[in-house]
Design a protein around this ligand. Structure first.
Ligand code: MIG
Length: 711
């Protein structure tokens, strides 16, 4: 074991010869440290056991199912294409091995290891946190701090700043697997415009490709693609195509040919390109662990950026495998052998399972190999880096291709460190109320692991959504950086206009509210990333007490807002816990009704036609008039709503939203201070944002008295 320390005091323990994952950006300084964790090395695995104190809470584990408090559950880190997000699933697409144990003492732990890890967070024995690492070569990082918030900030600092999307990526996106041709896509765009619903862009799913081949465009369904992209862009509309990890193995297909010629694919045992079956049929997987393969694959995005595309989503990069030919052959062979046998039920189950269990078998990931520093390493050993490195490859490519222009990039699979290259969506959820609830809980957990450009498929991916669920889901997603309504082929359509007139009206207003709030959401995103703070926080990161620790269906957004979405059907409101006095705002009410809520539990009415949030004491929320897209957002008349007890502040961050000039400090700040002075208010505004000309302020005091000011 070797030990180190990082600048901010994080302790690092190195066991064996770990693979360098790139998760951490700070350099390690050698330092003698005493081992802190109780680690048992056994049969090639490492086992860690931590004894809980009775009221310890556990935060972290990013993109997994379960609560904000992770205690009492099983988790596994092994990136998996899991299409069914049901309660007993222990793993999904991500491997986010960071967690904080918080109670009498608070410590953060990061296990930097790219293969399988299993966590029993006090599930089988409520007093112990048991961890099994499937290897002996890894780093552990231990972060101390006075509370979970401080620990989380130190962790964000050591993994480096998140990727920054362009401002247009904060708009509303419509998506659906099954917008099968140009005509369908245009129709969606036109229907949004006709119904006066803002729309920033449309995601293109597999439908746009020719036979599921990456970096091809179907001549039959999307002919004249470049003109199509350009035409829509004139009206400010972005198209965001999907790219899958597997490259179709087909003679004559340029990506395949180049991949073979350049030796870019993962190998099988015999040293030939490994073959598996995904959407395109037989595919090879680019070996993203090799730098020249990263550069090569990244450069292929040019085919689409040349058509004017500035955003992508990387899918199936766990990587997902439907089957290996050999496994399918065996299943078929076995089936043949059962023919004419009088099967008992157990034999029948075996026969059936042979087929239903073909996808993503553990064994497949031991059958192909990467090249790392000249050494051959099975995918299994670095499994969790695949989606991360694919996204890194895309980021490197797009950064070169688009120069100083920012791009939208999200990935399905991820592990810690990938946040520097792209965001993520939370994968194939369903149109279930429980998945709306799950969506609330995943947001702070993802932030804790560095992911800020995040969002779930609004309305749910699988299954059939209805108007009520879509409306309720939007009431949450209006606040997430990525706002995308996406649904699966075969499910009913779920665009805002396919339901009743009432739903259309409500969802239109909600999406408009999103545009009104983009200056705030963008500002909070950028400040969180720059300051290494969380954008979405559990209540317990700011307040103390049992109630606060147990509330899992409310969130803090920035330092200003508390959110309490309705996530059950047939509700006209819900109980909300107020850890301090707050101002309830009905943002979509014509007069923007406000109510002062005293600390405690209150039933809050929350209709489908509204957007509610709660402003914390001495906080200010900026907003503007809605627009049909980000390009047309107009900051000339900035509106503020302030809940002032004595002195309220807000720092509104803004920049050009397009380039990386903000890194050189080219950004706009508007510092606002509203102080109560006797019967009046003193307002200080320090503004260097040239777009803001007038400021209208609505001040509300702790007695719900409203005062209007104009500057
Ligand atoms: O096997 O591209 O999560 O968003 O619509 C399914 C089709 C593959 C999974 C993604 C989903 C996408 C779908 N993909």
């Amino acid at each position: 074991m070797k030990t180190y320390e990082l600048n901010n005091g994080t302790k690092v323990f190195k066991y064996g010869h770990p693979i360098e994952t790139g998760a951490i950006v700070q350099s390690k300084i050698e330092k003698e440290l005493k081992e802190e964790l109780d680690i048992l090395f056994e049969k090639g695995h490492a086992k860690i056991s931590i004894k809980f104190l009775p009221n310890d809470m556990v935060y972290g584990f990013g993109g997994n199912l379960g609560g904000i408090n992770r205690r009492g559950r099983l988790y596994e880190s092994y990136c998996t294409d899991e299409p069914l997000h049901i309660e007993d699933k222990t793993k999904l697409y991500s491997a986010h091995n960071f967690f904080i144990i918080s109670g009498k003492e608070t410590k953060g732990y990061f296990i930097d290891f790219p293969s399988r890890i299993k966590y029993d967070v006090g599930y089988y024995n409520e007093n112990y946190f048991n961890i099994e690492i499937y290897g002996e070569d890894f780093y552990t990082y231990i972060i101390e701090g006075k509370d979970a918030k401080e620990v989380s900030e130190k962790f964000l600092e050591i993994i480096g700043r998140s990727y920054i999307p362009p401002k247009w990526a904060f708009g509303y996106f419509q998506s659906r697997w099954g917008y099968e041709d140009k005509g369908k896509v245009r129709k969606v765009y036109e229907t949004f415009r006709k119904n006066d619903i803002p729309l920033e862009g449309i995601f293109l799913d597999l439908d746009y490709m020719e036979n599921f081949k990456d970096f091809t465009i179907s001549e039959e369904r999307f002919s004249g693609f470049e003109d199509f992209v350009e035409d829509l862009k004139k009206d400010g509309l972005y198209l965001v195509p999907i790219i899958d990890a597997g490259v179709k193995a087909e003679e004559g297909y340029h990506v395949y040919e180049e991949g073979i010629a350049g030796d870019h694919f993962c190998k099988n045992e015999a040293g030939d390109p490994y073959e598996a079956v995904v959407w395109p049929g037989k595919v090879h997987f680019p070996d993203f662990m090799k730098e020249d393969t990263q550069l090569w694959f990244g450069s292929k995005y040019k085919i689409l950026t040349d058509c004017g595309i500035e955003g992508f989503w990387n899918d199936m990069n766990e990587p997902a495998i439907f089957y290996e030919q050999k496994a399918l052959d065996e299943a078929i062979q076995y089936a043949h052998e059962q023919k004419d046998k009088n099967l008992d039920v157990f034999s029948y189950f075996k026969l059936k399972d042979n087929f239903t269990n073909l996808a993503n078998k553990d064994s497949y990931y031991k059958n192909f190999y990467h090249e790392i520093d000249g050494k051959t390493v099975s995918n299994d050993e670095v499994h969790n880096l695949y989606g991360y490195y694919m996204t890194k490859s895309a980021n490197l490519g797009l950064s070169k291709l688009l120069k100083n222009k920012r791009f939208l990039l999200i990935s399905r699979a991820s592990s810690i460190g990938m946040h520097r290259y792209g965001g993520i969506w939370t994968g194939d959820n369903s149109s279930w109320w429980s998945h709306l609830e799950q969506n609330i809980k995943i947001l702070p957990s993802l932030n804790l692991c560095g992911f800020f450009n995040i969002g779930g498929d609004t309305g749910g991916f699988g299954g059939n959504c209805n108007g009520e669920l879509l409306t309720r889901w939007l009431q949450l997603s209006i606040f997430t950086p990525l706002l995308r309504n996406h649904s699966a082929i075969g499910s009913n359509n779920q665009e805002p206009y396919v339901f009743s007139k009432e739903v259309l009206k409500n969802t239109r207003n909600l999406i408009k509210a999103r545009y009104s709030l983009i200056p705030y959401i963008y500002s909070e995103y950028m400040k969180a990333v720059n300051n290494y703070t969380l954008m979405f926080k559990p209540l317990s990161f700011e307040f103390k007490g049992t109630l606060v620790e147990e509330v899992e269906d409310q969130l803090l957004l920035g330092d200003q807002l508390m959110l309490a979405p309705v996530y059950r059907s047939n509700q006209r409101g819900r109980y909300v816990y107020f850890p301090e006095d707050m101002l309830e705002v009905s943002f979509l009410d014509r007069d923007m009704a406000t109510t002062v809520r005293k600390k405690g539990i209150h039933y809050v009415e929350y209709g489908l036609e509204d957007l509610k949030f709660f402003i914390r004491k001495n906080s200010i929320i900026p907003y503007v008039k809605p627009s049909k897209n980000v390009k047309e957002l107009d900051l000339t008349d900035l509106q503020l709503i302030a809940y002032v007890d004595d002195e309220a502040f807000y720092k509104l961050y803004d920049d050009d939203g397009k380039s990386y000039d903000f890194i050189e400090g080219k950004s706009y700040l508007t510092n606002i201070k509203i102080a109560k002075k006797a019967e009046d208010y003193k307002i200080n505004i320090d503004n260097n944002n040239p777009y803001i000309k007038n400021i209208n302020i609505k001040i509300i005091d702790s007695n719900n008295n409203i005062i209007h000011k104009e500057i």
